[in-house]
Design a protein around this ligand. Structure first.
Ligand code: SF4
Length: 378
């Protein structure tokens, strides 16, 4: 819980972005009953509830615990695990990393010392498509074939290949080595890359040696691979983009209905993946009727924003309100754009993006050029 300008703000971590339909219903019921009625999807594939009333945290904790969404009070802040959202669902997936995300989460929570990891420390499991390269995780593994993955530390490939069965254990060991190295350097660093020779020293502590690599490439899509639309060999995988990452109750209910027992995957790009859909055509109609986006050509693909006003006291503008007025008019194809209410640029995507930042005198800076809202639209 944090205090924000509009009340309590609770972040619920979803390792690998994995969420069952029932859990989504629990979350949206909590948002309606205790907060502002919406769920926010974050750049770490988590969800947030805003405008929580005083006294709501205990009720919320009880509900989350009962739904299996709060397995460890001591380790909640450190359960930051991304996984490729389309893992196991299409031909680009070398390996289904979602079970590894679950295993990593369990190992992490079982190690008392790892409760001391900084809340910003990030793990990532890339199924081989390269969609999480720009996430710049502290400890990541990118699968290279059906049985092995390359260890990636502070965003740089090490060339060290790890068997799938050892991936979770090696990642936990790397996090432990980070804490030991940080203590030795008497550092308060939050990220591995902030330590002196952090990646190299962690690798040494694990008993590995760096191997020369060709380097890691991001996936071909600038916003990651989970672009809105229908996918899969059997056209049974849906990716629904959630405009500005704000999910309303009727949208959440529609997603829960469509997912059935198959479950959902929240992506780091403000969208939700549903696999194994029985009747995709009907499901697309159901989701689109609530305002969710299922078209790859939609200008909403790749557009993100921070909370802005009224949720954040630092914000110079109602960035979501302005984005809702401006973005639907865009016709020049998909762009990765982030709207911010101030220079902190909270929730900005990894990689390159069009940088829209509110200005103190009104209007926005777009990649450094001052504009009115009408000019941004044009
Ligand atoms: S970028 Fe600025 S205005 Fe937006 S949420 Fe962060 S601190 Fe608030």
């Amino acid at each position: 819980m944090h205090e924000a300008a509009d009340g309590g703000l609770a972040r619920v971590r979803l390792p690998g972005g994995v969420l069952s339909a029932e859990q989504l219903r629990v979350l949206i019921a909590a948002a309606v009953g205790l907060g502002d009625g919406h769920l926010e999807l974050t750049s770490r594939a988590n969800v947030q509830l805003r405008a929580l009333q005083p006294g709501a945290p205990i009720e919320l904790s009880d509900r989350l615990y009962a739904a299996g969404l709060l397995p460890s009070i001591s380790h909640e802040r450190v359960r930051n695990i991304l996984a490729s959202p389309l893992a196991g669902l299409d031909q680009h997936s070398q390996y289904d990393v979602l079970p590894l995300a679950t295993e990593l989460d369990q190992l992490l929570c079982a190690q008392p010392a790892l409760a001391e990891l900084p809340g910003r420390f990030l793990f990532a499991l890339d199924d081989g498509r390269g969609d999480l390269v720009t996430a710049k995780a502290d400890v990541a593994v990118r699968m290279v074939d059906g049985s092995r993955g390359e260890l990636v530390l502070a965003g740089v490939g090490t060339g060290v290949l790890v068997e799938a069965g050892r991936v979770a254990g090696v990642m936990v060991a790397a996090a432990e080595a980070f804490l030991v190295e940080r203590a030795e350097q008497r550092s308060e660093a939050w990220r591995l890359g902030e330590l002196v020779e952090g990646a190299q020293r962690v690798l040494g502590r694990l008993g590995f040696e760096r191997v020369a690599t060709a380097g890691l490439d991001a996936g071909s899509s600038a916003a990651g691979s989970a672009v809105a639309g229908v996918f899969g060999e059997r056209s049974d995988v849906l990716v629904a983009a959630v405009p500005l990452g704000v999910l309303a109750a009727e949208q959440a209910e529609a997603l829960a209905e469509v997912a059935g027992r198959g479950g959902l995957r929240v992506t780091p790009w403000r969208s939700v993946v549903v696999g194994g859909v029985a009747d995709a055509e009907r499901a697309v109609r159901r989701l689109m009727a609530t305002g969710l986006v299922l078209e790859a050509s939609s200008p909403w693909n790749g557009v993100t924003s921070c909370a802005g006003r009224p949720g954040c006291a630092k914000s110079l503008a109602d960035v979501r309100g302005d984005a809702r007025r401006v973005v639907p008019a865009w016709t020049a194809g998909r762009r990765v754009v982030h709207w911010s209410g101030c220079e902190r640029r909270c929730g900005r995507p990894g990689g390159k993006f069009v940088d829209v930042v509110a200005l103190a005198g009104g209007g926005y800076s777009v990649d450094g050029v001052a504009m009115t809202v009408d000019e941004v639209r044009a």
